[in-house]
Design a protein around this ligand. Structure first.
Ligand code: SF4
Ligand code: FES
Length: 405
């Protein structure tokens, strides 16, 4: 999921039947196995997006689960009641065995979604994936125009290729979601992105403002939008939603630094979501490994995935409300947002059990909001590109016009 943020395994659109089912299940069976699971099959990716949701410590290829191990995972997921799997990364098409894995998932009765940066796909390979049973494609975009979009991706020719792949997707009769990760340096293109999604015949557009942990936190000063930009974004999204009812569903993830209450991250820790890392760790969210002091069980252990979900310490540590400190502990919203995001709380306060500073009741909210405002108005635009070496600073435009992998 290198250039895809937000919460892909929990579709927020209520018209999505899985989303409706998930909502029903979340109230009926609090810790029932999630209906949809995110599989990060690799962290390898040719793109270098500065807001990548992968951990800063990436899993190298040698640690990845083998084909047989992923197949075993897929069989087990189907057996315990999972209905949908999102193949993500990194870039999932970097795995040579992707067709085989999709076929195995499909044969096991799982609905399969491919979350891709698209740049490694050929029409033939996409067609093979469709023949293997692929049900849905989600292509991430960095903007609407080659030079600027390729600069964000850190990869020349990426935007052009994405448009091509999106068209092939529809030609092959696969449903398409356009995912657009938005930040200060591309928000001015939002109206064009909405039009691009219509022109590409997408069913759904995800307008996901960057969430600031991992790589994005390192790049916050270059990405943070201004309050004025955010107000304009909300206006454009609301107008487009009304105008495009029945044509294009638009999901909208706001940057929670500018909210008064935090997002219910992952639907609450260990309640509706888990993902599996390239090395086979079963995680409560894609950024969970950034929290130190938690041991995450692996599918390579002797435990079943169902056992890990129900019983492992990492899932139980922040489940429910019993772990909360003040102000969450006695707050009337504690069962609504579950204290916000554990990863953000850890990244910004050093303790995952603290209130997410995105909440106005957090003693740190004011400080962090002011800092974000300063960064949004600042001059820092250079990216730290995501890679296995811990990041590479974008060349100074004064020295070189070159960007790319
Ligand atoms: Fe949510 Fe905690 Fe803030 Fe209350 S204090 S609104 S529970 S994050
Ligand atoms: Fe990990 Fe929010 S991203 S709990």
């Amino acid at each position: 999921m290198s250039d895809v943020l937000g919460n892909p395994a929990i579709p927020p659109d209520a018209s999505d039947s899985l989303a409706v089912l998930e909502k029903q299940r979340s109230t009926a069976e609090t810790f029932g196995i999630p209906l949809a699971v995110l599989l990060e099959v690799t962290h390898r990716c040719p793109l270098q997006c500065p807001y990548c949701s992968n951990p800063v410590e990436l899993d190298r290829a040698g640690k990845e689960l083998t084909t047989e191990e992923w197949k075993k995972v897929l069989t087990e997921l189907a057996e315990i009641g999972v209905l949908q799997v999102h193949f993500s990364g990194g870039e999932p098409t970097a795995r040579k065995d992707l067709v085989e894995l999709i076929k195995h998932a499909s044969d096991a009765g799982l609905y399969t979604n491919l979350i891709t940066s698209a740049v490694l796909l050929t029409r033939d390979r996409l067609s093979e994936l469709a023949d293997a049973g692929l049900c849905h494609v989600q292509v991430s975009f960095q903007g609407t125009e080659d030079i600027a979009a390729d600069r964000v991706a850190g990869y020349r020719g990426a935007h052009h290729k994405k448009i091509e792949v999106a068209k092939w997707t529809r030609e092959l009769d696969l449903p398409l979601t356009v995912n657009a990760v938005m930040h200060r340096q591309n928000l001015h293109q939002l109206a064009d992105i909405i039009q691009m999604a219509i022109d590409l015949d997408a069913d759904r557009l995800e307008v996901a403002n960057v969430q600031y942990y991992g790589w994005a936190l390192k790049n916050r000063a270059a990405l943070m939008p201004t309050v004025a930009q955010l107000d304009e974004t909300t206006r454009i999204v609301e107008e487009a939603r009304e105008r495009l009812k029945g044509t294009l569903a638009i999901d909208y993830v706001v940057p929670d630094y500018y909210a008064l209450r935090p997002k219910k991250c992952m639907g609450g820790w260990g309640r509706q979501f888990f993902n599996i890392s390239p090395a086979g760790k079963v995680l409560p969210c894609h950024a969970a490994e950034s929290i130190t002091g938690l041991d995450f069980e692996s599918v390579r252990s002797n435990h079943s995935i169902a056992w890990i979900w129900q019983n492992s310490d990492a899932f139980n540590r922040y489940r429910g409300t019993g772990w909360m400190k003040e102000p969450c502990k006695t707050c009337e919203f504690r069962e609504i947002d579950f204290g916000g995001c554990r990863c953000q709380a850890f990244a910004l306060t050093g303790d995952a059990a603290n209130t997410d500073p995105a909440c106005a009741l957090s003693p740190l909210h004011e400080t962090i909001f002011k800092q974000a405002e300063r960064e949004a108005e600042g001059e820092t635009n250079r990216f730290l590109y995501r890679n296995f070496a811990g990041g590479t600073l974008e060349p100074d435009p004064g020295e070189s016009g070159k960007h790319g992998a």
